[in-house]
Design a protein around this ligand. Structure first.
Ligand SMILES: Cc1cc2nc3c(=O)[nH]c(=O)nc-3n(C[C@H](O)[C@H](O)[C@H](O)COP(=O)(O)OP(=O)(O)OC[C@H]3O[C@@H](n4cnc5c(N)ncnc54)[C@H](O)[C@@H]3O)c2cc1C
Length: 369
């Protein structure tokens, strides 16, 4: 019997898990390593921050996906991998061997690295990842804001930072919100028309945008690259995510940022028994932008290819879509949509996003028995 280990219950694995009760894999023992009993869908987190959703609306519980399957679930995190000897080390020090490993454990906010460039961040900042921890801490900020107005600074001018700044401004009406975008322009990865829409939206929500980096955080203030200080009660860290540090000694081929390099079959370019999908991986031939959309779409082809290799059949190529529909919420039940250079904005875009997001939760959150 072959042993398939699924590491992390990210978007792609959630899809695979949803298929295993109806279509079990013959002669394959499956172990899932996942630290939480649910997957918190990050696409809905800004809506949770804004107060449109309860946290429970945004989660896919794992137990219903595992019911009627023979999957063994280890409620643990991986802390080490030796891809050559095919061994995972878990956070309790135990080891787990595998014949085939599939990694969908997402990116991390590496506290050690961030602390080096932003001393004080570990003690004072509210990190968005792990997203479960952020989900548990955000209600405390809301409670605090009921006793006094807060000065919130969102650090990170990418999609997550923009959505969170808008969501915070909507939720904490009596508080002030600043968005620190670092050296890069606001929403640098988006076309100009989208950048203009976002800049207008932030202005109309009284969100101050400062094109500076945070280089230190202390109680009550953030030090900026120019030497200025920004008074701040809640520094919310939404800077880009990093590759998990435990991959470094794994022996796997990694890209320049330390993410797993995979081929067109979502397979490690150095160790064919290791597959990887979602934000923990990078297609070396295309340098695909990591995004949740990609993470969701990677599920069906990953499931198909894992089934194939475990049955001794050749896997099939997966060509991700180059252009995807991007939906960015603006806090107040309005959103911006973009598709290549085309963009649109309004409440209808938010309803459309809301419909898609709920559809995702419905599809995987309540699997057919
Ligand atoms: C606030 C916010 C909003 C966002 N909104 C959007 C959006 O609207 N659209 C979009 O496309 N993208 C969005 N993103 C980006 C999106 O979160 C990521 O691209 C997406 O989550 C990546 O999916 P994934 O399946 O690779 O990993 P994840 O969703 O991070 O899932 C990884 C899973 O693995 C588990 N795990 C982690 N480490 C380990 C370990 N060591 N061992 C075992 N398990 C582990 C985690 O607990 C988690 O369950 C947003 C991000 C943020 C922070």
């Amino acid at each position: 019997m072959k042993h398939l280990v699924l590491l992390g219950a990210g978007h792609a694995h959630v899809h695979l898990l949803s298929t295993l009760a109806a279509q079990p894999m013959a002669s394959v023992k499956i172990t899932l390593v996942a630290p939480f009993g649910r997957q918190l869908y990050s696409g809905m987190v800004p809506g949770f921050v804004a107060g449109h959703y309860a946290l429970e609306d945004c989660v896919i519980p794992l137990p219903p996906l595992l019911a009627n399957t023979c999957i063994e679930w280890l409620q643990r995190s991986a802390e080490g991998l030796d891809a050559t000897s095919r061994t995972l080390t878990l956070d309790n020090g135990s080891t787990l061997g595998f014949d085939v490993l599939s990694v969908n454990s997402g990116p991390v906010q590496d506290r050690l690295k961030i602390e080096q460039v932003m001393p004080g961040a570990r003690e004072h900042a509210l990190f968005v990842r792990p997203i479960e921890a952020f989900g548990a801490l955000w209600p405390q900020v809301v409670t605090l804001s009921q006793s006094r107005p807060l000065r919130v600074a969102v650090i990170g001018g990418g999609a997550a930072g923009i959505e969170l700044a808008c969501a915070v401004a909507h939720r904490l009406e009596n508080s002030s919100v600043t968005l620190l975008t670092g050296d890069t322009p606001l929403a640098a990865n988006y076309p100009l028309t989208v950048q203009w829409r976002i800049a207008r939206a932030l202005k109309s929500r009284n969100i101050t945008v400062i094109r500076e980096s945070a280089c230190g955080i202390a109680a009550g203030e953030i030090s900026l690259g120019s030497g200025a200080k920004l008074a701040c009660d809640v520094p919310l860290l939404a800077t880009g995510a990093q590759a998990p540090g435990w991959l470094l000694d794994s022996g796997l081929a990694l890209d320049q940022q330390g993410f797993i390099a995979v081929d067109e079959f979502q397979r490690s370019t150095s160790h064919p028994a290791v597959f990887a999908a979602g934000d923990v991986s990078t297609r070396v031939d295309r340098q695909l932008a990591r995004s949740g959309v990609y993470a969701v779409r990677a599920g069906p082809p990953l499931a198909k290819n894992l089934r194939a290799v475990l049955a001794g059949v050749a896997p099939t190529r997966y060509t991700p879509q180059e252009k995807t529909l991007n939906l960015l919420s603006l806090g107040d039940k309005s959103a911006v949509a973009s598709w290549g250079n085309y963009s649109a904005q309004g409440r209808w875009v938010w309803w459309f996003k809301n419909h898609i997001d709920h559809g995702f939760i419905r599809r995987y959150g309540r699997p057919a028995s």
